[in-house]
Ligand binder design. Sequence first.
Ligand code: NAI
Length: 245
Amino acid sequence: MGLIGKLAIVTGAGSGIGRATCRLLARDGAKVIAADRNMKSAEQTVNEIACDNVIPLKLDVSSLASVSKSVTFSIEHFMQPPSIVINSAGITRDGYLLKLTEKDYDEVYEVNLKGTFLMTQQFARAMIEHQIRNGTIINLSSIVARMNNPGQANYAATKAGVISLSEIAAKEFGKFGIRVNAILPGFINTPMVDSVPEKIKTDILQRCPMGRLGRPEEIANVIAFLASEKSSYVNGAAIPVTGGL
Ligand code: NAI
């Protein structure tokens, strides 16, 4: 119950890691805005958790207008901006470089890197304006940023960008009492991984010392730690959670 009295916003809350994170943060006592581009799936998250502390919000992280509307919503609804911001919205559009279309490059960039930038900038600004001194921003990168898998140039580049963005934000926002950290999940059993071809999945399982995919809750647990005061001196970190992959 270490998050009682805290307000959190989770993007990508309608599925996988975002949904598991909403559940854990609500269990720990936080009020949670479950934000997703897909409102139906955000509502499904809220219905599954069945706790008054969680409310759904339609949000497209790639749009400045939408992100700034969500800041206004938080302040109007809760009298303050969230002090916990989790950027879990993310997409893949895999393809080998020579075939990768401009559209697939742009879409991945817009959600994964620009979306993380807009959320980080707009919510940090609101925290500073409201004199929130113990903010924490947690960005979902990926171990792919380090492994650089062929066929994922667009995705890996954005996820490497998320690490740099988080490290720089940590340095710039430390003086305002806002910590920023990145998590690098390995292969986690969510709808995102459903699109990975079976042959690649088998190869990953063979290379993973734990011999299995991760569960969304296993990422959410690390997010809950970074959201809490237990991690009060963790700042600018990029934490792999991969089962040792
Ligand atoms: P998922 O595909 O299960 O869920 C992603 C959610 O983001 C969906 O509900 C989708 O509607 C939402 N979303 C997409 N574009 C959006 C936008 N523009 N604005 C708001 N919401 C949007 O994905 P999963 O597996 O839960 O991944 C969460 C994060 O973790 C992503 O950033 C992903 O890149 C990262 N990650 C996931 C791994 C995995 O193995 N599942 C591994 C490494 C990183």
